[in-house]
Design a protein around this ligand. Sequence first.
Ligand code: NAD
Length: 716
Amino acid sequence: MSYQGKAITLSALENGIYELCFDLQGESVNKFNALTLNEFGDVVEQLQATADAKGLIVTSGKGLFIAGADITEFAVMFAGSEDDLKAGNLKINSIFNAFEDLPFPTVCAINGIALGGGLEMALACDYRVMSASAKVGLPEVKLGINPGFGGTVRLPRVIGADNAIEWVCTGSEYRADRALKDGAVDAVVAHESVREAALDLLADVLAGDFDYVAKRQEKLEPLKLNDIERMMVFTSAKGVVIPQAGKFPAPKLALKSMERSANLDRAGALDVEADFFVQLAKSEISSALIQLFLNNQVVDKVAKGFVGDSKSVEQAAVLGAGIMGGGIAYQSAVKGTPVLMKDINEAGIKLGLDEAKNLLAKRVNRGRMKAEKMADVLNAIRPTLNYEDFGGVDVVVEAVVENEKVKKAVLAECETHLAEDAVLTSNTSTISITRLAEDLKRPENFCGMHFFNPVHAMPLVEVIRGEKSSEETIARTVAFALKMGKTPIVVNDCPGFFVNRVLFPYFAGFNILVAQGADFHKVDKVMENFGWPMGPAYLLDVVGIDTADHAGSVMANAFPDRLKFDLDQQSAVDVMYQAKRFGQKNDKGFYAYELDRRGRSKKVVCEEANALVKSVGGFTAEFSDEEIIARTMVPMVNEVMRCMDEGIVASAAEADMALIMGIGFPMFRGGALKYVDAMGAKAFVEMADKYAHLGALYQPTDSLRNMAANGETFYQ
Ligand code: NAD
């Protein structure tokens, strides 16, 4: 008997041994999409009816084993009723059960990555042999769901509850040595021998060396824990999982699922898993996290599309060795592109090099880099005070002071030292890219390359297309950002580009709230509960009050209808600026910053700052949490919509990803537009209209009103 499907083949080897091979046609990876699941059901039926079968190995025809379920099918799959979703899930599980119950031993050859459904497939086999270079894990909680093909049932029964709780609730990927140590696999062998080793193991089982029936039986029964042991395991796990999970419900519910199913047999335990799976799959958070995963793929694909076959970047340069220039040089060198770092004085160069040294030393201390590699990276940063050697540079990033005149002069001077086809970029935060190109001889070779601070930690790079930037310039800049390990998003030129353009209306909403009497401590707390890593006052301190003041005035001049205010008093940012409270950089802003016992900067409430802010709005008014959220989020979302309408950003996916990666928009909300989808455009417009009296900042765009009227969404 044999089976030749589009995702699975079944072939007879010799002596009653069969091989089930996953090899999804037309795709680079195996995944459990509807087609594969259907074929899996057919193959299991055939295997049940194969009288001569004595044993089976499960293999993959790809470089990996199985990447997991097909996430692109989730939205449609999860759209049905809860009952349908549960019934569908149990039907799939009945196939996995039937496979597990086949009347002969099964051995899985894990040749490469086996995640989610891929590992669940392997767990349904009696034995697992793993390639030394493969990785396994159940990453479902990262998508806001729990494993749904028996992962929370079989894994604890195979590796013990303690280990399984860690595997499931962190969603981590595990290397072969750890998988073997925990007992998730039975053998680890060299990559090229996995299939052979699986066949050998199967032969040993058939020779009676191992008792597969007893091993299988353990997966069908409750966990081997008495009541006290069970209570201890799950109580101590809650102490770790719950605080770590924070606002993400999936790890907590996956733990609950394992606890509830601990003393049930396979059928009972799978029923519990299905209930939790449905509950999570229908949640707003899983919808946002799944969209985020898909958006990430969109952004990746778009970036690769830009790069095409553009010339690779082999030598880079930065102008200005300050906070940003130093960070950019470090990032370039650490990812393998040598970089010239030019400044106008030795002191500047020293600062830039010190920054790179500190970052590298931290890596070495944490065991994430060998000391020799540190020396290589440092050698790849070549400090200079002149333009010698700029003739061999492929891409330059200008990061000198934020002053249009200085930047124009520096860019024009640098251009004369570059090869004809070299790309010149600016890391300006606010100055128009089109304007900066005015004095250049080759404006087509120029675009914006906007990094976020700290460069090594922030994944986003906005690549800004000026009026004259050529596609080749954009392509090379995107390629460089990718080579630096960053996520580039291409946007069109406008004041603030995309990210700062939508951030400043949010700060404006905050300033109005404070001017009208809100206590900024409360605003911060509410917005942190909403999911921001820091509230607006704290964020302003981190950005730098001087930077925010400067950028804020640029933005206000550009968009006076919504960002210039006739407040009776100055804004909170104004008074902080005048008092030279510049935020974290000089240890005082809305908060004061002190070193804690471990020498790390810690924010503390500061009476002096409070008195200053009180002089603005007096902390005299009480605003509900709901109102605080609306008054800050509406301006931001409205500006995102304006950017969409004006084509500043090309798609909802790119807009939402830029916000999450650039300014820490709450990840579990999926971005500003996914946030609108979750509440519905109609509800959002109604919320905005409540604050119409506050002016244009709160005025939704016509496009959003139309979406509200037509019941449309940004995502499927
Ligand atoms: P910085 O003041 O730390 O560094 C500027 C450096 O440029 C200094 O070392 C200075 O000596 C050097 N410099 C000045 N004139 C020069 C010249 N003619 N040639 C070579 N070097 C020269 O400033 P920064 O915070 O690193 O900002 C640099 C740029 O990056 C600015 O345009 C800023 O708006 C932008 N930016 C900053 C941030 C941030 O958070 N700091 C974030 C994104 C973008």
